[in-house]
Design a protein around this ligand. Structure first.
Ligand SMILES: Nc1ncnc2c1ncn2[C@@H]1O[C@H](COP(=O)(O)OP(=O)(O)OP(=O)(O)O)[C@@H](O)[C@H]1O
Ligand SMILES: [Mg+2]
Length: 354
């Protein structure tokens, strides 16, 4: 039996803005299992970062959890849980952040202190959380730098962040994240600012750490190619909601939501005629302050039904692992097949090879 690490139910998060409430996360259900990787994918503004920052208890002053629960399961006994949504920021910092759940942020520069050596930044948390002596922390810091593939670790300890390349800084950030042995690692687009080969190396590093430590990973990305490489489970987000969710096989071989089809069609296809331009989903994401009536994706959806402009679709369960929020799955809906380009790729069984 798989063990649970995190169970999120009906999470709703909003921001109070001068233009009224902005509902950034709407009724999100997510499950993370031990040793597995959950990828959250979706366009800019869909609520990916807000979701994971809420898990970490990083809330801005105008932000509120309107409803729902975020259950953290203890490593020893999964029935022993803490609802993170009920903890204060202080309790989160003392009991959870770093030691149980750690996060790697979108931009490595924002999580490193430019005025402090990377050695000190690595040692700090271990001295505080793990109660190591300075000498012990130093030794472990060097070992961690080696583990994340930084050569000359002893010397690098004395470097400041600006003395490192972008890829190296990201490795340091990952080393800091895992330094206090968390059992969950959240990576918010850790590779977008990096060039493609370095991106691939960072992905490999995270997978390598996962193999060695059995850590559970939540991985946020825009890029379905990355999802195919790293994920066990995939959640597709649109306008604050999870519109399709399933195992990586469910999503890549049996996608049901037109938005997922759109994301897939936008992936480079090595077999496609190279004179053809890459597909992009028409239109833009909705204004989150003023969501349209019905399904917020409807105005961009070539497969939209009349019902989509009236009422937001419920979540339809396709199998035990797979669900999607589209009226196309309603028994009254006409039968619609995914676009030919997607079916061809599924037929060639190559989508999931990234
Ligand atoms: N402090 C804030 N105040 C008001 N609105 C906010 C705040 N932070 C985020 N939002 C809004 O919440 C929504 C979700 O933002 P979020 O950062 O989660 O998107 P994302 O999916 O991570 O996008 P990206 O891929 O660009 O990182 C957006 O509409 C954003 O404008
Ligand atoms: Mg984000």
């Amino acid at each position: 039996m798989k063990q649970k690490a995190l169970t999120i139910r009906d999470l709703c998060v909003s921001f109070q803005t001068s233009a009224g409430p902005l509902r950034a996360v709407r009724h999100v259900d997510l499950d993370l299992y031990r040793g597995e990787t959950l990828a959250i994918v979706g366009e800019s503004g869909s609520g990916k970062s807000v979701t994971v920052k809420t898990i970490m208890g990083i809330l801005s002053n105008n932000q509120r959890i309107d409803s729902g629960s975020i259950l953290y399961h203890s490593v020893e006994d999964e029935t022993d849980t803490i609802d993170l949504s009920k903890l204060s920021r202080r309790e989160m910092r003392r009991k959870i952040n770093g030691t149980h759940i750690a996060m790697v942020f979108q931009d490595p520069m924002t999580s490193l202190d430019p005025t402090m050596t990377i050695g000190m930044q690595l040692m700090e948390g271990m001295i505080y959380h793990l109660k190591l002596t300075k000498a012990q922390a130093r030794q472990r810091a060097i070992a961690l730098l080696e583990m994340v593939g930084i050569t000359d670790a002893q010397k690098r300890m004395k470097n400041y962040p600006h003395q490192l390349s972008g890829g190296m800084r990201q490795r340091v950030v990952i080393a800091i994240a895992i330094s206090c042995n968390p059992d969950i690692l959240i990576c918010d687009e850790p590779t977008t600012a990096l060039d493609v080969t370095i991106q691939a190396k960072i992905l490999e590093l995270i997978q390598d750490i996962q193999k060695k430590t059995g850590i559970s990973v939540v991985f946020i990305t825009h890029d379905l190619g990355v999802v195919a490489k790293v994920a066990d489970y995939v959640a597709v987000m649109y306008a604050g909601r999870i519109v399709e969710k399933g195992t990586v096989q469910d999503i890549f071989y049996d996608p049901r939501h037109p938005y997922t089809w759109g994301l897939m069609a936008s992936m480079p296809d090595i077999h496609a005629d190279s004179s053809q331009r890459l597909y992009t989903i028409p239109g833009t994401p909705p204004n989150m302050l003023n969501l349209p009536q019905g399904d917020p994706f409807a105005p961009r959806n070539a497969y939209a039904l009349e019902a989509d402009f009236v009422e937001e679709p419920p979540i339809f369960q396709i199998s035990e692992t797979h669900s999607a929020a589209t009226w196309l799955l309603d028994s009254r809906a006409p039968h619609v097949e995914p676009p030919q380009a997607i079916k061809a790729r599924i037929g060639r069984k190559e989508i999931s090879h990234g």
